[in-house]
Design a protein around this ligand. Structure first.
Ligand SMILES: [Zn+2]
Length: 74
């Protein structure tokens, strides 16, 4: 047992500083659109999520659905 402070969430206060964006990265390539059930070529921004995983985010040029593609660890 590690104490009784279960009410304190594990460190979840990662603050994203939008003013301090480091040279925006973009990704151009194939995404899988779950709506079209097909691959789409699109261009989007690369973001890093709170687990340090790099993801590309784009929009399907056909239907406008958000597309995510996991690129791996940052
Ligand atoms: Zn689509």
């Amino acid at each position: 047992m590690l104490g009784t402070n279960a009410a304190v969430p594990a460190q979840t206060h990662l603050v994203y500083d939008k003013e301090k964006t480091v040279a925006e990265e973009t990704y151009e390539g194939e995404f899988y659109c779950v709506k079209c059930k097909d691959k789409r070529s699109a261009k989007g921004n690369i973001v890093v999520n709170d687990r340090g995983t790099k993801m590309a985010k784009a929009k399907c040029p056909k239907c406008g659905t958000n597309l995510n593609r996991i690129l791996g660890k940052a």
